[in-house]
Design a protein around this ligand. Structure first.
Ligand SMILES: [Zn+2]
Length: 376
């Protein structure tokens, strides 16, 4: 608790809820994703490879100045290399990109934080290779609707698509396969993880146009005592933060193919449910001078998930990352996060059909590979 007073980055409690149901916030985008980072890696492979990371705060200039001298140092080269070689790179963008001066949060109260990063940082994320970022989280509205639309517009202008505005379905295309994205969080300004019937309806709507539906969920308690996945509603500082198991499995029941969880600021277990991968929490990924990185809060990962053309999980990999004391990700040669996610998966899902080995490879023996292994 020495360096920053933000050692516990948590959301504020006395939120003024916003409703973003005005038409201008209804975004339905159509576009093609071309992973510009590794054009040479493109192949005729019938699989889709997605890489995903958790929470990202690239420093803040509010309420005081916590930005790096050079933003490029936020993503060291070995980490950038690990983020390459996928069809889509996803992350949860847990700050704003705005110059708007007024926060909606009462940051004079303890444990209440508002994050504001410079708009020009949007380019950093496109340079690193992010294709899609979630803005459905408890910091998206730190600077109100203006800050939110600035964040979305700045990321989009830099070539990074965003998902998570209320009622938004983001439509993308990967290897000629239509892929839809929907983002959820536990506040009313998001598509909420608590309203499962409405969430299911959104997934069904997405499925009408897309063959694969990917869900971003910001859900659950935070911190080192929030490592375990339980099929029950989680509360944090009195807030209902959803039941991640019920929500994720309900989304699969409704037709979703991949669930990317984040929010607890620690990694959590994974499971395959009805052939679909659910990653319950990807942990922190970048929290420059904002996140606590003690214990499991510094354990991070890059998840790689390979799906067949029906969105079924085929295989995956965990790259172990550690956040240093300033919250910058570093490649971890010791595989600490692999061991953590491996043991959590064994413990929380003892009947899980996936196994994670010491190299971080996620094997799913029941994967329906052969019948999908055609180049048609
Ligand atoms: Zn959060």
């Amino acid at each position: 608790m020495n360096y920053f007073n933000l050692n516990y980055f948590i959301s504020f409690i006395g939120l003024t809820f916003f409703s973003l149901q005005t038409p201008s916030f209804y975004l339905a985008n159509n576009f093609n994703i071309n992973n510009s980072t590794q054009p040479s890696q493109k192949s005729k492979s019938e699989y889709i490879t997605i890489k995903a990371v958790g929470d990202i705060v690239a420093g803040t200039n509010f309420p005081d100045y916590r930005l790096p001298r050079n933003p490029n140092q936020l993503f060291p080269k070995p980490v950038r290399d690990k983020l390459k070689n996928s069809d889509i790179l996803f992350g949860n963008y847990e700050s704003t990109l705005t110059n708007h001066p007024y926060t909606t949060k009462n940051t004079s109260r303890g444990m209440v934080f508002a994050f504001r990063s410079p708009p020009e940082y949007a380019k950093l994320f496109s340079q690193v290779g992010f294709d899609v970022m979630s803005v459905a989280n408890n910091h998206a509205m730190d600077f109100g609707k203006i800050g939110f639309s600035d964040t979305v517009n700045n990321l989009n202008a830099a070539g990074v698509k965003t998902v998570g505005a209320k009622n938004q379905i983001l439509y993308t295309e990967v290897k000629n396969i239509p892929v839809a994205w929907i983002g959820f969080c536990f506040y009313e300004y998001c598509n909420t993880v608590q309203d499962i019937q409405k969430a299911k309806a959104l997934v069904k709507q997405a499925r009408q146009k897309a063959k694969i539906v990917i869900i971003s969920m910001h859900v659950g308690r935070e911190g080192s005592d929030a490592l375990h996945v339980r099929n029950q509603t989680e509360y944090f500082y009195g807030e209902n933060r959803g039941n991640s198991v019920l929500f994720a499995r309900s989304m699969v029941d409704a037709g979703a193919d991949l669930i990317l969880g984040h929010g607890p600021h620690v990694p959590r277990a994974m499971e395959v449910y009805k052939g679909k991968l659910i990653a319950y929490s990807l942990g922190n990924f970048l929290g420059y001078k904002t996140f606590s990185t003690t214990a499991e809060k510094g354990d991070s990962l890059i998840l790689e998930a390979k799906l067949n053309q029906d969105g079924d999980f085929v295989s995956g990999k965990i790259d172990s990352i550690q956040l240093d004391k300033t919250g910058i990700p570093q490649v971890d040669k010791y595989g600490e996060t692999i061991d953590l996610v491996r043991s959590l998966t064994q413990r929380n899902f003892p009947n899980s059909k996936i196994s994670i080995n010491r190299k971080g490879e996620i094997n799913f023996p029941e994967a329906d590979v052969a019948s999908k292994d055609t180049s048609k």
